[in-house]
Design a protein around this ligand. Structure first.
Ligand code: NAG
Ligand code: NAG
Ligand code: NAG
Ligand code: NAG
Ligand code: NAG
Ligand code: NAG
Length: 490
């Protein structure tokens, strides 16, 4: 055979072998993904999803603003002793042992395997995927930049480890996905600082903070890193499907890897996530913040209040509050602001946010009072967050992120974010539909006084007696007062 012919035959053989192994890989993956999808949808359809069950599971997708719901709603509705204890050792976590009623966590839907499913209501908030990616990028840099107070990476890592073991507090660094994203960016920031020192100059080629490679990892590099593929892109879909990098299911990792490899299989994951959203008690949207908060107060808040009345949560129980406090740790309490940095300005910020915690549960709270308290709480929380962000980003001046700067990001990069988050874009659209329907339904129920009773199970109505009548009257007055605004919103 002529050498060129030999070569051609060899190529053909290689091509065949390759094609068959690809096929095998695909059919193997297809089988894995499909059987996961079938077993995930076998779970019984919940016919009564509008009623709050005994346990509320807040599936907190990172960077959707869930923390404000935790601090400004749930902390006012539930006592500390009602929060589920959270151990970072997954094997020891056993909430069924506790009589807890509230779980807020970044853990994904696979957490349900550890919860009494028929007694659990799930709620979540979704955000426009592009904004969520921007926010994830900025926040991982923001938290990492706080470590730049230290002279070098070794001492930064050592000090933060020592501080964490001393305070025994839960820091952002203990929480998925930040436990991967922050150290990654921390290492990166220190490396860039060292390079600047060696070069002896702080000059930048570009004033666009998303491309300021002398100071921070540029956005386009960040989104293309394997770590971002592992834990950021399509993160909302994976979290709701229970397939994150942090999943409790061992097979989740194989399913996820298959979907990464063969994009076509993503549709099965998307369908499971959509069905789960359908079954949730509440789905909020970060973008429609006012409507989302109002709806949360009326759908979730009102039911927590009536449930507490029905369960006759007495003042005696609340007195136990302090003794149990230290062992009860919910992720979100510490997420996004408490990383125990030794920085005086941060210390002050922590004090501000901890006074929010002190408010605690108000025994005679109504939906109306809840909304008022929420308004005050959120503005103080936002001030704290802004201050912390400014203090932190100061350390990487001139890099500073703003909404206007986001407009400078080239279309190519945005297009890439969209493509990497195709499932999340679809899921977000779906969530917008659910939200619109839920919003309409809630407002109808509230406006129609008779319909309001449907939001509370009948046995509770009987047990509630007088307090319930008062609640109805209060709600009715709220409705009357706000009717005009709602008409506009619907
Ligand atoms: C890092 O900083 C600490 C504290 O200043 C110092 O003791 C240590 O030698 C430094 N390490 C390196 C590798 O420069
Ligand atoms: C999760 O992602 C991180 C970052 O890419 C990686 O280090 C870790 O090994 C992953 N864990 C699993 C179970 O895949
Ligand atoms: C509710 O709690 C109060 C005080 O703790 C108690 O006196 C009362 O009997 C309880 N009512 C019911 C129905 O359990
Ligand atoms: C924190 O900072 C203060 C001074 O601002 C200092 O006295 C203290 O030793 C520091 N603590 C740690 C753990 O670095
Ligand atoms: C809550 O209401 C009860 C009676 O319904 C009343 O005795 C109690 O003082 C009220 N507590 C507060 C803090 O308003
Ligand atoms: C960064 O931008 C914010 C406003 O977006 C501003 O308040 C802050 O002072 C800026 N920080 C620096 C160091 O320029």
């Amino acid at each position: 055979m002529a050498p060129s012919l030999k070569f051609a035959v060899l190529l053909m053989l290689l091509g065949l072998a390759n094609a068959s192994s690809i096929n095998q890989g695909f059919s193997h993956c297809e089988k894995i993904v499909k059987s996961w999808a079938i077993s995930s949808s076998e779970q019984e359809i919940k016919e009564d999803k509008h009623t709050l069950r005994d346990l509320l599971f807040f599936l907190h997708i990172p960077r959707t603003g869930g923390r404000t719901y935790f601090h400004c709603f749930l902390k006012k509705l539930y006592s500390n002793y009602e929060e589920c204890p959270r151990s970072y050792d997954k094997l020891r976590f056993n909430p069924s042992k506790q009589k807890c009623r509230l779980l807020v966590t970044h853990d994904d839907y696979s957490m349900m395997s550890k919860l009494p499913k028929e007694k659990t209501s799930v709620v979540t908030i979704l955000r426009n995927p592009i904004d969520r990616i921007f926010s994830t990028y900025e926040f991982s840099i923001e938290v990492a930049a706080r470590f730049l107070v230290h002279p070098n990476l070794t001492s930064a890592t050592k000090m933060s480890g020592r501080l964490r073991s001393k305070t025994r507090g839960v820091s952002t660094l203990d929480i998925w996905p930040w436990k991967y994203l922050v150290p990654w960016m921390r290492e990166d920031l220190f490396a860039r600082r060292d390079t600047r020192k060696i070069r002896g100059s702080n000059d930048v080629k570009s004033y666009n903070p998303y491309e300021m490679e002398e100071f921070v990892k540029p956005l386009h590099e960040y989104i293309n890193d394997p770590i971002a593929h592992d834990i950021i892109h399509n993160g909302a879909t994976y979290q709701i499907a229970g397939l994150t990098n942090n999943s409790y299911f061992m097979e989740a990792h194989e399913v996820r890897k298959c979907v990464h490899k063969y994009k076509a299989l993503g549709n099965d994951v998307l369908e499971v996530a959509k069905r789960r959203l359908d079954d949730m008690l509440y789905v909020g949207l970060t973008e429609d913040h006012k409507e989302s908060a109002t709806m949360f107060a009326h759908v979730v808040g009102a039911q927590v209040i009536s449930q507490a009345l029905a369960l006759n949560v007495s003042a005696d129980n609340v007195a136990d509050d302090k003794s149990g406090q230290s062992s009860l740790v919910s992720d979100s309490k510490h997420d996004e602001d408490d990383d125990h940095q030794n920085d005086s300005s941060d210390q002050k910020a922590n004090e501000v946010s901890s006074t929010d915690d002190m408010d605690g549960k108000n025994e005679n709270i109504t939906v109306e009072k809840l909304m008022d308290a929420y308004g005050d709480c959120i503005s103080s929380l936002r001030k704290t967050q802004t201050r912390r962000r400014i203090n932190s980003l100061k350390r990487i001046t001139p890099a500073n992120f703003s909404k206007e700067d986001r407009l400078k990001v080239p279309e190519v990069v945005l297009e890439q974010i969209r493509s990497l988050n195709d499932l999340d874009l679809e899921l977000y659209k779906y969530a917008q539909d659910i939200f619109a329907k839920q919003h309409k339904l809630t407002m109808q129920k509230l406006v129609n006084r008779g319909g309001l009773k449907n939001m509370v199970p009948s046995w509770r109505v009987l047990a509630l007696g007088t307090p319930f009548v008062i609640l109805v009257l209060v709600l009715y007055n709220v409705v009357k007062a706000r009717r005009r605004t709602w008409k506009v919103k619907i």
